[in-house]
Design a protein around this ligand. Sequence first.
Ligand SMILES: Cc1cc2nc3c(=O)[nH]c(=O)nc-3n(C[C@H](O)[C@H](O)[C@H](O)COP(=O)(O)OP(=O)(O)OC[C@H]3O[C@@H](n4cnc5c(N)ncnc54)[C@H](O)[C@@H]3O)c2cc1C
Length: 225
Amino acid sequence: MEVKIISHTPDPERVCAIAAALTHSKKRPEEIEKMDDDSLRNILSHVMDLGHLSVVEHASFTFAISGVSRALTHQLVRHRIASYSQQSQRYVRFEDAEYVMPPSVKKDENLKRRYEDFMKKVWDEYNHLIDEGIPEEDARYVLPNAAKTNIIVTMNARSLLNFFEMRCCMHAQWEIRELAWRMLNEVKKIAPTIFRKAGPPCKTRGICPEKREDCPWYPKKKDPM
Ligand SMILES: Cc1cc2nc3c(=O)[nH]c(=O)nc-3n(C[C@H](O)[C@H](O)[C@H](O)COP(=O)(O)OP(=O)(O)OC[C@H]3O[C@@H](n4cnc5c(N)ncnc54)[C@H](O)[C@@H]3O)c2cc1C
């Protein structure tokens, strides 16, 4: 998969920090805007630690994601506080078999071969339907969850924090988990203060809401929940 930030709110941390400072100050916004970066950053950290996360809704990030499966994007678009534009299987014809193979299949030579053979059959059937005059939008019904797709996603920072909490977790599926960690690594470069504590709850809060002790990341200290 490829993951890239193609756009974001200019100076996202400063915008959110000004919003955070405004909530705790008698000063007018014009005065707060003149504050130095360090002071603003400290206020943003403090307000986020209080759990007032609405201030980071002022920063948005747009990701271009390609080469992921339709299974992944089905999980991704369940995150409603976001905007999406996905490559259409109605308007685009996918002549070539382009699909994702799970690592669990890839590591077994025999299963890998069977999987590849099956995908070839699927695409042969898809192309045959279109050659017989069936429109792409109907032929696509034979395509699998594994079919590769591209999607553009815009989320604000608060929604991203929720997304990372749910999808960086070991209980999320491997593919969306990889996506979530890659997105987190990218946003951290741009907004390290906002995302300094982002990630699954075991890493950020030392708790496991799923209470799955078999997980390698299960917090060692006693779960306070
Ligand atoms: C490990 C894992 C397993 C999962 N398994 C399943 C499954 O088996 N079946 C399944 O259907 N889904 C499953 N999901 C999807 C999950 O239930 C959520 O739909 C998805 O993760 C989106 O999360 P969200 O609602 O918090 O995000 P968003 O939709 O982005 O919402 C963000 C937050 O906004 C608030 N919000 C948004 N919409 C509303 C609303 N209508 N009313 C009130 N508050 C709202 C909530 O506080 C929510 O947390 C799974 C997710 C994970 C991580």
